[in-house]
Design a protein around this ligand. Structure first.
Ligand SMILES: [Zn+2]
Length: 316
């Protein structure tokens, strides 16, 4: 008979090693299990039967996934490579195709992560508004093959969702207000496609997208989601001028909920049920601005801030 106590005493070194081994393996196994459960939970979090728009928490920047019928579109890539982790958490490992990628404008907090996305995913088409902007990264981005210069009302489908370019606004309006200097094509050679900025503020050259996934919404200017990029109040004015009945259920609020966007007039006209501010915690810009939050509250618009809520997924 082996007296276990003696055995334990006599083999305390062995036992320690054994316990350490068991503990180490247990930690590894639990960690692996947690990762699997986390991924399953995240993947299953958004119902694949429904169309959805998912505003990722990527810190101070924008990255939004549109999902419909197992087809995906990505609007902006955030400030760094963390977008890859976000996509890999939401997509199944075999899902590597992005039907559409949109770069709203060439600021780093929207563009930087897209370099990794273009490298690691199969991207069919990239929509850009190829404005003049002195940046080596932007020049490099413009050398990609899949780029398409959008125009006002350029449209396509992501699954059941029709996405429509609302900004750049058509030249007609710009001419009427005299708020645009030039426009059209500039330069020569490879720069033929570079377009002059709307008003010199690159934020206002943001591609603004309206998305319509539900068949019930047929009215002109009525959208399920509106993604404002960093468009500011000048574009808000232009949009409600162009689309008098502009309306959306979900608003990816403009310019990280800065006070240069999200005017009371625009929000009251567009009437979102939910607004989302895509921002990093303790950012140096003071986003979200108290003015934007006050406007949401005064208008009874429910709002989320990604630095607090994390990713915000809205099924449509
Ligand atoms: Zn931005």
């Amino acid at each position: 008979m082996v007296i276990i106590k003696d055995f334990l005493k006599n083999n305390s070194g062995l036992l320690d090693s054994l316990m350490r081994l068991i503990w180490k393996n247990a930690v590894i196994m639990v960690s692996v299990l947690m990762v699997i459960l986390y991924r399953l939970q995240v993947i299953n979090f958004v119902n694949r039967e429904e169309s959805a728009v998912i505003i990722f928490d990527v810190g101070q920047g924008d990255a939004i996934l549109i999902q419909s019928d197992d087809t995906f579109g990505l609007v902006d890539g955030g400030p760094d490579g963390r977008i890859i982790y976000k996509l890999e958490n939401y997509l199944h490992p075999w899902e590597r195709d992005l039907r559409l990628v949109v770069l709203t404008h060439p600021h780093k907090d929207h563009m930087e992560g897209l370099f990794d996305v273009l490298e690691r995913f199969e991207v069919q088409t990239v929509w850009v508004n190829a404005v003049e902007y002195p940046s080596p990264e932007w020049e490099y981005f413009l050398s990609a093959d899949e780029l398409i210069q959008v125009e006002h009302l350029t449209a396509t489908y992501i699954g059941r969702c029709k996405v429509v370019v609302l900004n750049p606004i058509k030249r007609k309006f710009a001419d009427e207000t005299g708020s645009i200097d030039g426009g059209g094509l500039v330069g020569g050679g490879e720069k033929d496609l570079i377009i002059k900025s709307f008003d010199g503020n690159i934020n206002n050259d943001s591609i603004v997208l309206g998305g319509k996934c539900l068949e019930s919404k047929t009215a002109y200017g009525e959208f399920d989601f509106l993604l404002m990029g960093d468009a500011e109040v000048e574009i808000e004015e232009a949009l409600i001028h162009e689309f008098p009945s502009l309306h959306t259920s979900v608003l990816k609020a403009g310019h990280h909920c800065s006070d240069t966007s999200n005017s009371y007039k625009f929000l009251s006209r567009v009437g979102p049920g939910i607004a989302v501010c895509s921002i990093g915690a303790d950012n140096k810009f003071g986003h979200p601005s108290p003015e934007a939050i006050e406007n949401f509250e005064n208008l009874g618009i429910g709002y989320f801030v990604t630095s607090v809520s994390g990713d915000v997924a809205v099924e449509l």
